[in-house]
Design a protein around this ligand. Structure first.
Ligand code: UDP
Length: 330
């Protein structure tokens, strides 16, 4: 298959490009490189530098490259920033996705795999969270993902566009080879921050709240390894191409969670030295426990995550950060 990967130069996109190539697919990446890195892509992949807000360039790319399917990762992803700059988020994430959907139905009507997020659920009492849990996003970011999901349903119904929506839980880790990994401009993710602290780039780790109703008082999250998540995209796009799926939404997680303290203990083990830690106030908007009910993707697509041990997950992140302290910059 030939697959157009929109936002393919980013963290999850670049790992997915690698797994698609390993599965024998041809890949064209469309990315504005606002946060992605050309250096994260294999040399045999075509990179089209373009922006989803330029509807003509989206159509031109679809027409010129004639892909069999599209995987759409391109989005702004910072929850805090989305609350301060909502217009940027609605424009980039919702209008950008609309341009892509319109381009697809006008040119080729090929299947779409879309990156969504557990943030569409907002705070929920459901543990674990099934796909049909109520959706009440608490951030503009989550709202833009939910709006895009709804547009995709509508395009599916109106134009027969086949799609799979993947709702990611806490994505983490790096390629086991250690050559690509997380490199966000604004660092907020627990494992990445802990690795940077171990490298001396940060002074200490802050634990955001120790008084949650969980066994050790810290928040529990479902940490899914980026390469397993990449494989979920390969499964989804292949199922669509084979006509086995036409309109499906899946959680992607391990189905069990780890607490902030468990993660930091695992980092201490992997790094070989205890990181300085401090208990801080709760971070606004953090629910105590977010764990996926991932049974649907396991049963329907055969999702079979390889990284289920927390130390193994952290080890891959540490390999990347240790060998690339300046990420993709030389
Ligand atoms: N967290 C923390 N200290 C940090 C960063 C994160 O205690 O420096 C906690 C955060 O409050 C949450 C968990 O770690 O409970 C995962 O946060 P992250 O930002 O990695 O992902 P999120 O769950 O927000 O998507």
């Amino acid at each position: 298959m030939k697959i157009l990967v929109v936002g393919g130069a980013g963290y999850i996109g670049s790992h997915t490009v690698r797994q698609l190539r390993r599965a024998g697919h041809e890949v064209v990446v469309f990315d504005n490189l606002s946060s992605g890195h050309a250096g994260a892509l294999p040399g045999d992949v075509t990179l089209v530098r373009g922006d989803l807000l330029d509807a003509q360039s989206v159509r031109d790319t679809l027409t010129a490259h004639q892909p069999d399917a599209v995987i759409h990762f391109a989005a702004l992803i910072e929850v805090g920033e989305s609350m301060r700059a909502p217009a940027r988020y609605y424009r980039n994430n919702v209008v950008g996705s609309l341009n892509l959907l319109q381009g697809i139905v006008e040119t080729r009507k090929i299947p779409l795999v879309f990156s969504s997020t557990a943030a569409v659920y907002g705070t929920t009492d459901a543990v674990p969270i099934p796909e049909d849990a109520p959706m009440q996003p608490e951030s503009v970011y989550g709202e833009t993902k939910l709006m895009t999901e709804r547009m995709i349903h509508a395009f599916g119904a109106a134009h027969g566009l086949p799609y799979v929506i993947l709702r990611y839980f806490n994505v983490c880790g790096a390629a086991p080879e250690g050559d690509i990994g997380e490199a966000h401009a604004n660092k907020t993710h627990l494992i990445e921050l802990a690795c940077l602290t171990a490298l001396g780039q940060r002074e200490k780790m802050m634990i955001f709240g120790e008084d949650y109703p969980t066994p050790d008082g810290t928040c529990i999250r479902d940490y899914v390894h980026v390469q397993d998540l990449a494989d979920a995209h390969v499964l989804a796009v292949e199922a669509l191409h084979a006509g086995k799926q036409r309109a499906a939404t899946y959680n992607v997680g391990l189905g069990h969670g780890f607490s902030v303290k468990e993660v930091l203990d695992a980092v201490d083990e992997v790094v070989g030295t205890p990181l300085p830690r401090e208990i801080a106030d709760r971070r606004a908007g953090d629910p105590p426990r977010l764990v996926a009910d991932a049974s649907r993707i396991v049963n329907e697509l055969g999702f079979d995550p390889q990284f289920t041990n927390l130390q193994d997950i952290v080890q891959t992140a540490w390999n990347w950060h240790r060998t690339h302290p300046h990420e993709f910059r030389k």
